[in-house]
Design a protein around this ligand. Sequence first.
Ligand SMILES: Nc1ncnc2c1ncn2[C@@H]1O[C@H](COP(=O)(O)OP(=O)(O)OP(=O)(O)O)[C@@H](O)[C@H]1O
Ligand SMILES: [Mg+2]
Length: 423
Amino acid sequence: MSDAATPKGGENVTTGSQPIPRITLHAFMEKAVDRQNLSAACSDRRMVRVTNEVHEGSVANAAEHYSDQPTPNLLIVDVPQDREKAFAYLQTLAEACDPGTQVVVVGTLNDVGVYRDFMRQGISEYLVSPVSSVQFIETIANIYANPGAQPLGKVHCFAGVKGGVGSSTIAHNVAWHMAETLGESTVVLDLDLAFGTLGLNFNHDGGKGITEALLEPDRLDDVLLERLLFKAYDKLALFTAPASLDAGFDPAPKALEKVLDVVKANFAHIIIDLPHSWAGWARGVILASDEIVLSMTPDLTSLRNAKSLNDFLISQRPNDVAPRIALNMMEAPKRPEIPVKEISDTLGAAPAAILGYDNVLFGTAANNGQMASEVDAKNKNSLALLDLANILARRGLGHSAIAAAKDTSPLAPLLALLKGLKA
Ligand SMILES: Nc1ncnc2c1ncn2[C@@H]1O[C@H](COP(=O)(O)OP(=O)(O)OP(=O)(O)O)[C@@H](O)[C@H]1O
Ligand SMILES: [Mg+2]
């Protein structure tokens, strides 16, 4: 895909995290830009289950091709400008189509009358060329969205750009805020199977938790899920890691996919606590998530790693929001640090959350098996974690930013609002 076809950071897919089912998709399109954009759409994380073939051509070629071949689940075809000709070819194609095949038409005329005429022919959608990758993804997602289906939970993946930067602490606190402050059903998955801290941080002796689900994914249903999860609060469930060396295996991608499918059907937010790892399975989890939070500290190694991870993830996920940066442990005593401005300039965006070094707050919380807000709800780090939860839950500007702004100048709420809109 060329950059010109779908600009980086331009359009984002808005239809959510619902993966498109295992369908076959064939396309016959004249314009290279449409073929490139469809091919790019097919490599999007929501389309990994779709098998595709993209050909140069139009409805005329498709009609001929399928006269003696079975049709795929979804066909995307270019139509000529001449409407009579277009309808004639579509009619021939319709006669060759197996029942259940959906047809999407790509044309050049941007006119509501043309759109209605095509829709009356029984096609699923009419798109005007050039069609962006995001338009292709959304169109296909809409065709296969099950109207009776429950909305699926959003997956937020938390990863540290190096070990020990506070990624798990931030993930657990954000999950707590989503559940306790925002009142949304939330589950945390600890994928640091050998050394995870989820159980410890919530004062719970883990048991086998997530490993049982990952070892026998086919047995996982709502009943088993209920048994394996620990309900830490009314709306917060934990899928803890056993944190034992025996559990130090790499989860199989198929098992992870199954576990995620089941939790997504049961919770509004899924927080994944990923160990610092670049193994294939961990990379797969990050790439497939709806939101990514990269935690870092203000040092050179962190910044180098954050830059390479951030650039890589943006390039691999052109139809998604960029990873959010959580800058942690600022102003640690006696330690030189890189200023926020330099970090923002290097990464090309300001951090979504900035947390100060606070041994007392996080040390007390860790020792008591509590979250930061339970120790001190007014601490600025507790409030910054709430802001991050608000951003991820798409609740707009965090409450603490508004509260902080009110304390300063009459113009401050407006400035805070502008800052919030930029975040
Ligand atoms: N802002 C902070 N100020 C002081 N201590 C902090 C802060 N954030 C986290 N910590 C502490 O740092 C330690 C490491 O945190 P945590 O386990 O969350 O990091 P991690 O990035 O998940 O590490 P790992 O690479 O082992 O998974 C913990 O003891 C935690 O309490
Ligand atoms: Mg961790």
